[in-house]
Ligand binder design. Structure first.
Ligand code: 5GP
Length: 120
């Protein structure tokens, strides 16, 4: 697992199109692409194009409220685009105990199978 830091991550390379990713949605502020190791038939990551110190949700400041809301609203749009009418799950892993591995905030959108609770 990565150590928390504000250094550039693999997601900057995806944003800059330096490494390939299957992008499913993009606007001026967010990028949504398929997870390279999907944990469900649909597994998409939504990230802000500008990190602005937001390595994880625990680093959020008042100024991040707008992008955080936009990430969640975009997750809803992408869920609809992916046909997840029966339901979906949103996850944000924060920090080592939650197995966060990339320190550029990202929302996981998972669906296409029964999502059990509690997640473990
Ligand atoms: P975390 O564990 O930090 O919540 O989630 C990071 C996610 O990023 C993991 O699900 C992992 O599979 C995904 N990931 C890591 N590197 C890459 C990559 O280069 N491309 C894509 N598409 N996903 C990646």
């Amino acid at each position: 697992a990565a150590t928390p830091s504000d250094s550039p991550t693999i997601f900057d390379k995806i944003i800059n199109k330096e490494i390939p990713a299957t992008i499913v949605y993009e606007d001026d502020k967010v990028l949504a692409f398929r997870d390279i190791a999907p944990q469900a038939p649909t597994h998409i990551l939504l990230i802000p194009k500008v990190k602005d110190g937001l390595t994880g949700l625990s680093k959020a400041e008042e100024r991040h409220s707008v992008i955080l809301g936009h990430l969640l609203y975009t997750a809803k749009l992408v869920a609809k685009q992916e046909g997840l009418e029966d339901g979906f799950r949103i996850v944000i892993n924060d920090g080592p105990s939650a197995c966060q591995s990339v320190y550029h905030i990202h929302v996981h959108l998972l669906g296409g199978r029964q999502m059990n609770w509690p997640p473990g």
